[in-house]
Design a protein around this ligand. Structure first.
Ligand SMILES: Cc1cc2nc3c(=O)[nH]c(=O)nc-3n(C[C@H](O)[C@H](O)[C@H](O)COP(=O)(O)OP(=O)(O)OC[C@H]3O[C@@H](n4cnc5c(N)ncnc54)[C@H](O)[C@@H]3O)c2cc1C
Length: 490
């Protein structure tokens, strides 16, 4: 299906293909088009947006993979300005709580900068005050030494990659070496691991900080959620003549006879394009089979073999009737404070976290409520037995959905007992649903960033092919946009 401005460009420019239209692909397509490239955005599903997509039930609009973000007033605002989306993507305030069920701990996190957060937590845990301040100073130090956060001035050509001490130790090692041994702190300080998906024992400290600093400084909701992004990108694509092909994927590539360069791409709709560059904003297992064996080094193959997915989510969606007033809020409810178990498979019933978001989008007329519980697809499969595509009407799957909807509601009522009788659930989505909307894996944050195991980001062994997105760079809306900026910078 061809969407949008069906322009026939008459010059002889080769095509730049962006494969996958989640936030990574959308950002990349627009950055390239702004520079005058002839861009074709190719999306497998009948609609663009990936996890940015919202859906409607009972007249309410619900977000799937975008509930909150960091970076407003900072790097996100800079990127929105460059993309000319600042008038459509706007922040809304949101209050953030952490509830640790096993430690009996309920804390509100301030949302006015990292120094305020450090002071608030130091006041909660006075015995650890110095160590807590040191932790946040180190986090800010990492950001100061990460040039891409200065998106307005960053130039890839000026950047020389340098290992720092923070790249060589894990988040968990940093906590232990700095005396941060209280179980509550081992959950609260790295709480934003739940927003990138790599457990503290695996994540380099620097990676964790790059993903978490925006959220630690300020969590914001987004007015009209994913709709704001998708509508804004559509407007800009029309201005910059980006061609959108939905319900289409890439089928075959042709290469230069002697050099590792892709010359042509054939799509599932039968069209063949002469290629300038290709950006794959999809899971590596979907495009690596298209690259010729002769170009793939053993190191590259080892790196891609070792990719491990992050968790996915089981999500319930509902609305609150007028008997209950609830401002925008985000609650991290941790049934167990062991983030390492929560973020690795095999702990489905014993270690999990449920994120709970109340949202007041004017267009909904009521407060909507979303709760998402960490879950790995393989753990879900062990209960519902669904490992193919044909599962939706299946009785075992429906039972599984019913069972976990009730379990999540139990968590919700522990935190919000006054919602009982006033929260009306209208939909549930499992890791299998995520897999349909972000094929072929359905992980929430792509692949985990394991210390000592570089991923496949950037230029691939075929010189004019690049890897993008949360499988290979940073996850989350902010992280994926930043990854695209990094790759697009001259
Ligand atoms: C339940 C849930 C809640 C989340 N909440 C938040 C949040 O509040 N804040 C936040 O920042 N992040 C959140 N995330 C994470 C965030 O949504 C993702 O990290 C981010 O959207 C990933 O973007 P992406 O562009 O890399 O991939 P995706 O959004 O997965 O997009 C990939 C696109 O590529 C398409 N595609 C796949 N294969 C092919 C192919 N072979 N050919 C063509 N197209 C293909 C897919 O159909 C899809 O449209 C959440 C995720 C989930 C699942």
């Amino acid at each position: 299906m061809v969407e949008g401005p069906c322009c026939i460009l008459t010059n002889n420019m080769k095509n730049t293909l962006v494969i996958g239209s989640g936030i990574s692909g959308l950002t990349m397509a627009l950055l390239l088009a702004q520079r005058g490239r002839k861009v074709i955005l190719v999306e497998k599903l009948p609609f663009i947006g990936g996890y940015l997509n919202r859906f409607s039930r009972n007249g309410f609009r619900f977000d799937t993979g975008l509930h909150f973000t960091g970076g407003f007033g900072n790097v996100l605002s800079d990127m929105l300005e460059i993309l000319n989306l600042q008038d459509v993507v706007k922040p809304a305030p949101i209050r953030t709580n952490v509830v640790l069920s096993d430690c009996g701990c309920d804390i509100t996190l301030p949302s006015n900068g990292i120094p305020a957060l450090a002071e608030a937590l130091s006041a909660y845990f006075p015995k650890y005050a110095d160590c807590i301040r040191k932790y946040y100073e180190a986090e800010q130090d990492v950001i100061r030494h990460t040039p891409v956060f200065d998106v307005k001035n960053y130039r890839q050509a000026d950047f020389v990659a340098q290992m720092t001490e923070y790249d060589a130790l894990t988040m968990q090692e940093f906590l232990c070496q700095n005396g941060l041994d209280a179980p509550e702190l081992q959950a609260i300080l790295p709480i934003m691991s739940l927003c990138h998906g790599t457990p503290p024992v695996e994540a380099p400290f620097s990676y964790h900080c790059r993903c978490s600093c925006g959220l630690d400084a300020q969590v914001s909701a987004i007015q009209h959620g994913g709709d704001a992004f998708i509508n804004g990108f559509r407007r800009e694509f029309a201005r910059h003549n980006v061609q959108i092909l939905t319900a289409t994927t890439i089928e075959r590539l042709q290469f230069h006879e002697t050099q590792p360069i892709c010359t042509h791409a054939t799509l599932s709709n039968g069209q063949t394009f002469e290629v300038d560059e290709i950006y794959f904003a999809i899971h590596p297992s979907s495009y690596l089979p298209l690259l010729p064996e002769r170009f793939l080094t053993p190191q590259f193959k080892r790196r891609t073999r070792n990719l491990k997915p992050t968790c996915s989510f089981f999500t319930i969606y509902g609305w609150l009737d007028n008997e209950v007033r609830a401002p925008n809020s985000l609650t991290f409810f941790l049934q167990s404070s062991n983030l390492n178990c929560i973020l690795t498979p095999g702990h489905l019933m014993t270690h999990f976290s449920t994120g709970m978001v109340t949202s007041n989008d004017k267009m909904n007329g009521h407060t909507t409520f979303t709760a998402f519980r960490t879950m790995f697809p393989e753990d879900a499969e062990s209960i519902c037995g669904c490992n193919g595509d044909d599962y939706r009407g299946n009785a075992r799957y429906l039972n599984f959905k019913q069972q976990f909807t009730e379990l999540i509601l139990n968590d919700v009522y522990q935190v919000y007992p006054h919602y009982k009788g006033h929260l009306h659930v209208v939909e549930a989505a499992s890791p299998m649903t995520c897999r349909r909307f972000s094929p072929p894996v359905g992980s929430a944050y792509g692949t985990r960033q394991l210390i000592g195991n570089a991923r496949t980001a950037g230029r691939l062994p075929v010189e004019n092919c690049h890897a993008l997105g949360h499988h290979v760079q940073f996850p989350g809306i902010l992280g994926c946009m930043l990854g695209a900026f990094q790759e697009a910078m001259p």
